[in-house]
Design a protein around this ligand. Structure first.
Ligand SMILES: Nc1ncnc2c1ncn2[C@@H]1O[C@H](COP(=O)(O)OP(=O)(O)OP(=O)(O)O)[C@@H](O)[C@H]1O
Ligand SMILES: [Mg+2]
Length: 567
């Protein structure tokens, strides 16, 4: 058959391209034999060896359909022989089904650009072939946007996988994938790049497996049960009650008493410290700087809600006063039980971080400085190791940190941007509204919904997207979907991402470790990529592994017991 001149030209171009890369034979050339609005079928002739990756025809790959001034880009989602058989000796006709994603249009000066959407559909007979690296670059080009390289395209390792880091953070992101595919390692890479290019960024990692400190030895601070100071008075009432009642909802009387005695204790503290202040004013020392936690617009103004300090001693006295009243307002047994409960908490060394330095702090300034790195002193990342905390306080701690992240970003009026990175996010924002801890859910939802206005961002990591609150996931404008075997999880991705085509999602069950399909605002076009390989010292270390490496010495029995208590 005599080909039209333009087609002859394409064939010679393509042959040249193939020669460059020492690709085999003409087999790589295909012809469009059917085309609908969104899809096309390409017939390729394969003789001898199997048709595969080197030819550009493989499931999940992009290929190019040549239309002269433009190339239509197709994603291969199905391949089969037209005769339902394979002939070793003869030519086999293979039908390659592609989804049409858009077109690369040549511009001036030898440049080109990619548009999703198609203006000219491929005619029947149009020539298809392996896509060129240059075209892949155009497809994923971020234009003027600030891109950081996180790896390379799966299809062509010579093309960098770039994401728009500002968009990634400011519109929240999620990393989803089954266990062991490389989520935490990918997150470590993303965070490392983020702090490199954004000096105002602070990152707070809620790290349930105590693994991230290993990945950031030089630019993070690690906060664990032994270095933590979160004074009890900075908790909101619900958070403190969750600690006091160990996760069970307080009875009506208990909640009322606790609320009341906290209010009394706060008032006493305030009176005493304003007397102090009056004294100090003589020497013009104002001891109480403005406390961002104490001024929360839109929050109930009940004094028990404000992060103003109070003393445990005053709390006990306030309960004793109730117990001593002639006309009891609450059952004496309930009052006593609450007192005992608070005393036990106060005396328990595992809760030392709540009380030890609480009364030497007059505002939350030291906490902000330690946890949120103001100033950062070269360490903008805080790894909050939840793994060693008593499990009863994890909820309250996570809630208060999420809440403070938002408040601090808001109060800083753009001076700081804060990323809250939640590993195992399904624990904090579960899909089942009956599970999880309401204040944590509210604090995280607040960042998800309003955070971007104030510079408070959310990063979500989970191996169980199906158990994650879909409203939070839908606020994540960029999603790195790693391998997800389960059909339900794949459907969740499909629902969460507007431009996720059915064929792209279908690959999620079979992609390799370190691979991801990146969707959403931070990428130019949906991108199948592999995160860069990192050196062992750059990876997060599972707590167990880290211990095994660093602690060859014999453990003291006291240390072991302390650790066991924390479990
Ligand atoms: N980018 C990478 N570079 C080098 N090694 C990697 C990379 N990603 C993953 N790995 C390897 O795979 C292992 C598992 O990765 P990782 O802990 O990140 O998975 P995960 O998805 O977070 O798992 P889990 O669900 O258990 O938290 C790592 O310990 C590391 O050996
Ligand atoms: Mg992990």
């Amino acid at each position: 058959m005599q080909l039209p001149a333009t087609h002859r030209q394409f064939e010679s171009e393509i042959t040249a391209d193939r020669r460059d890369l020492t690709r085999p034979s003409d087999r790589a050339l295909g012809r469009v034999i059917a085309c609908s609005g969104a899809r096309a079928t390409i017939a390729v002739s394969a003789s001898g060896a199997a048709l595969g990756g080197n030819d550009g025809y493989a499931i999940g790959r992009l290929l190019s359909i040549n239309l002269g001034a433009s190339r239509v880009v197709g994603l291969v989602y199905e391949m089969r022989t037209l005769d339902q058989a394979w002939d070793e000796a003869g030519a086999n006709r293979v039908a390659v089904e592609v989804e049409l994603l858009g077109e690369v249009v040549d511009g001036e000066n030898g440049t080109a650009r990619f548009d999703s959407g198609i203006t000219s559909y491929p005619p029947i007979g149009a020539l298809a072939h392996r896509i060129r690296s240059r075209d892949l670059e155009y497809i994923h080009d971020l234009g003027q946007r600030r891109g950081v390289v996180l790896g390379s395209l799966t299809q062509d390792a010579s093309v960098a996988a770039r994401v728009d880091i500002d968009r990634l953070l400011s519109r929240h992101f999620a990393v989803l994938g089954t266990t062991g595919v490389g989520k935490s390692s990918a997150v470590a890479l993303i965070l490392r790049k983020a702090v490199e290019v954004k000096p105002n960024l602070r990152i707070l990692i809620l790290d349930p497996h105590n693994e991230y400190a290993h990945a950031f030895p030089d630019n993070s601070v690690r906060i664990d049960a032994s270095t933590l100071d979160l004074p009890f008075w900075l908790f909101r009432f619900e958070e403190f009650a969750d600690i006091v009642f160990r996760g069970r909802p307080p009875l009506e009387d208990e909640a009322e008493i606790l609320r009341e005695v906290i209010a009394v204790a706060r008032n006493r503290y305030r009176v005493v410290s304003s007397q102090d202040m009056a004294r100090d004013l003589g020497s013009s020392v104002l001891k109480r700087p403005i406390d961002p936690g104490a001024r929360r617009p839109g929050e109930t103004s009940g004094s028990a809600e404000l992060a103003a300090p109070y003393r445990m001693a005053d709390l006990f006295t306030a309960i004793d006063e109730q117990i001593g009243l002639h006309e009891l307002r609450y059952p004496r047994a309930t009052l006593r039980a609450l007192r005992v409960r608070l005393e036990t908490l106060y005396g328990d060394p595992r809760y030392g971080f709540l009380f030890a330095h609480a009364n030497s702090m007059e505002t939350i300034a030291p906490v902000i400085s330690q946890v949120f790195r103001v100033p950062h002193r070269g360490r903008p990342v805080t790894v909050f190791q939840l793994g060693g905390l008593p499990s009863e306080v994890v909820n309250a701690v996570a809630s208060s940190l999420a809440r403070l992240s938002f408040d601090l970003a808001m109060a800083s009026r753009g001076s700081y941007e804060i990323l809250l990175l939640c590993e195992e996010a399904h624990r904090y924002v579960p899909q089942d509204q009956g599970l999880g801890f309401t204040p944590t859910r509210q604090a995280i939802a607040r960042i998800a919904k309003e955070g971007r206005k104030y510079g408070a961002y959310l990063g979500i990591v989970t191996q169980r997207p199906g158990e994650l609150d879909p409203t939070i996931l839908s606020q994540c404008s960029t999603v790195f979907a790693m391998r997800l075997g389960n059909e339900r999880d794949q459907q969740i991705i499909r629902a969460a991402i507007a431009d996720a085509s059915a064929s792209t999602i279908a690959f999620l069950s079979s992609i390799g470790n370190r691979e991801a399909i990146a969707f959403g605002e931070a990428v130019a076009t949906t991108m199948r990529m592999r995160f860069s390989e990192q050196r062992p010292e750059e990876l997060p270390a599972m707590a167990g592994r880290a211990l095994a490496q660093t602690e060859q010495r014999e453990l003291l029995v006291e240390e072991l017991v302390t650790r066991m208590r924390g479990l």
